[in-house]
Design a protein around this ligand. Structure first.
Ligand code: ADP
Ligand code: MG
Length: 302
């Protein structure tokens, strides 16, 4: 097991930022830690990386305890903190020498060259960090996190603040790195999880509200499909209840409705028959699968 979190609670004064959280991450997994702002993502990551202590519970990284064996944990973990704090006046190479120096890495020069090529910094490594774009600063942050060849990478909102092209590049880089590491990355963006992660843990107000393979997260939602339909005229919508599989109907316009179904069966032909029987004309009708975005809202709404 790479990360084992057992019954973690974290209090900031009176405030409970984490409330009895447990999960484990196997070696080689790429796990998305997803939640709205203030959910407790960064707090959890700071505990795993030995930056702050928990109030209750325990965390093990590669079987080492984060409180009693923090030196061993730090050797096993690479951490890219939120907002990637860097020394803007340092040269890229100088900063990596500094970051690697902490771990007394043998053959640091070679290791830095490897990191520069892995993270695509070949054209930038002679510059000062302050001269780099945000995307390239993020690469420096990743090179720093990887310099001591840790087994586990903790990345706190690694693409936040990047432009769309930079986001694609950094995600690609993370996917590549993930072939050889265990990665836990936090984000408040659903698509990020779909793009990178095998599994998603959703956290809200300090509690886990879902933990499932990314592919299966759709099954967590009670509504499976949404059919958007527009009729030509008003009618008594309670009549729709004669159709099997309808979970709820939301009026979204004059004569427009969102019909949520709790079945994977396509009920469009039944809606069409219903329209004919009730002398309604169907002006438009289409089916969409419940999006991850919707599921996230359902699971995290107050
Ligand atoms: P996230 O990373 O999911 O946005 P955080 O872990 O940063 O969430 O924060 C969780 C909650 O704990 C928030 O309500 C935040 O205001 C609070 N919090 C975080 N850090 C501190 C701190 N150092 N002191 C007091 N409250 C904090
Ligand atoms: Mg955060």
């Amino acid at each position: 097991m790479s990360i084992q979190v057992s019954n973690i609670t974290k209090l900031y004064g009176e405030q409970k930022a984490l409330d009895n959280i447990s999960f484990s991450i196997q070696s080689g997994e790429i796990v998305g830690f997803l939640g709205p702002n203030g959910a407790g993502k960064s707090t959890m990551m700071k505990i795993i990386t030995c930056f702050i202590p928990q109030s209750e519970g325990d965390v093990k990284v590669c079987e080492f305890d984060v409180v009693t064996q923090s030196i061993d944990v730090r050797r096993k973990v690479g951490y890219l903190p939120e907002n990637n704090p860097l020394y803007l006046d340092m040269f890229v190479k100088e900063y990596l020498e500094f970051a690697g120096g902490i771990f007394k890495i043998a053959n640091l020069k070679n290791r830095i060259d490897e990191m520069i090529s892995l993270t695509g910094l070949e054209l930038e490594y002679k510059k000062k960090i302050g001269q780099l774009s945000k995307g390239y600063r993020q690469r420096v942050g990743l090179a720093q996190a990887l310099i001591h060849n840790p087994e586990v990478l903790i990345l706190d909102e690694p693409t936040s603040g990047l432009d769309p092209n930079q986001i694609v590049e950094i995600r690609e880089l993370i996917r590549n790195i993930g072939k050889e590491k265990t990665i836990m990355l936090s984000t408040h963006i659903m698509q990020e999880v779909e793009a990178i992660c095998d599994r998603v843990i959703i956290i809200n107000q300090g509690k886990i509200v879902a933990d499932a393979p990314t592919k299966e997260i759709h099954a967590l939602s009670s509504s499976k499909n949404i059919i958007r339909v527009e009729f030509n005229t008003a009618f008594d919508i309670s009549k729709l209840s004669s159709i099997q599989g309808i979970l709820k109907v939301i009026k979204s316009g004059e004569n427009e409705f969102q019909i949520h179904t709790n079945t994977n069966k396509d009920i469009r032909s039944e809606i069409f028959k219903f329209a004919v029987e009730n002398k309604l004309e169907v002006l438009s009708m289409n089916k969409e699968e419940q999006s991850l975005e919707n599921i996230f809202h359902q699971l995290t709404k107050k």
